[in-house]
Design a protein around this ligand. Structure first.
Ligand SMILES: N[C@@H]1[C@@H](O)[C@H](O)[C@@H](COP(=O)(O)O)O[C@@H]1O
Length: 261
């Protein structure tokens, strides 16, 4: 894992956007893994800026999101498909049929989950997966105890996750769904490059486990320690509990200029 500690969230967004733009320049039909939550928003804002400046096109790209709530009415403003359309897809030239999201309204949920994994595989796998991290160490909606081998499936949300996400539902905990569909940890680990963003003191404990803790299903993000190409972008607050922070800073400052993320 490469750990990058930066001053501001906007800087994190610029670096992640650099990696996506470089990927698309090299491979215009790349497969992007998109995440919801507030952490990736600076990435999307930066990509939109670069798209408007004519620096990047998504016209040939494909995108898969990580997860979706179960039980929200179609078109609900906080359904993750609606969120990713609003925050990113509708602001760039990604074709509507190139955006894939798990179907939280499917009648046959196991079949919909299997079809989602199959669609990712048929697209050739994900080239670059953007990730956030939950305060309990979840990635996508893989809550503590999730199998490291898991595939896209239905999960029950932890109480803490629902409390954290109630801010998107007018602070009404009862309005936050109890179930979700999520790519599994095994699915996410197949992405060729994962770029995780975490900002703020509230993420410091999860980041400490992710970077310096033992690999454990109790902190699902720790599986990324086994990923061959994982980049962890942090602000100072999220990095606040890292014993090795001085080493990570030195490593970033002395990184050879030819090496990308
Ligand atoms: N399913 C999403 C995750 O993909 C996201 O990483 C997490 C953190 O969100 P935020 O970035 O808003 O802190 O929230 C949700 O639970």
């Amino acid at each position: 894992m490469e750990i990058v500690i930066l001053e501001e969230a906007a800087e994190l967004g610029r670096l992640a956007a650099d990696a996506i733009v470089a990927l698309l320049q090299h491979r215009p039909g790349a497969v992007l893994g998109l995440a919801t939550g507030s952490s990736p928003l600076p990435v999307y804002d930066e990509l939109v800026r670069r798209h408007e400046a004519g620096e990047v096109s998504f016209a040939q790209a494909r995108a898969f999101t990580l997860d979706e709530y179960v039980g929200l009415p179609p078109g609900h403003p906080e359904g993750y498909r609606t969120v990713i359309e609003r925050e990113f897809a509708s602001r760039v030239d990604l074709p509507a049929n190139a955006l894939h999201t798990p179907d939280g309204a499917a009648q046959d949920i196991p079949a919909a989950c299997a079809a989602y994994d199959a669609a990712i595989a048929a697209a050739g796998g994900i080239d670059l997966q953007i990730l956030g991290i939950g305060t309990d160490g979840h990635i996508a909606f893989n809550e503590p105890g999730s199998s490291f081998a898991s595939r896209t499936r239905i999960k029950t949300l932890m109480h803490q996750t629902r409390v954290d996400n109630a801010r998107f539902f007018d602070d009404d905990l009862d309005a936050v769904p109890v179930h979700c569909l999520t790519q599994g940890l095994g699915t996410i680990m197949e992405a060729r490059h994962v770029v995780l963003l975490a900002t703020g003191e509230g993420k410091a404990e999860a980041v400490q486990h992710l970077v310096e803790g033992p690999v454990s299903a109790m902190w699902p993000a720790t599986i990324l320690q086994h990923h061959p190409h994982a980049t962890i972008l942090l602000d100072e607050a999220a990095a606040g509990r890292l014993t090795l922070a001085p080493y990570f800073r030195q490593s970033w400052e002395t990184k050879p200029a030819w090496q990308g993320l």
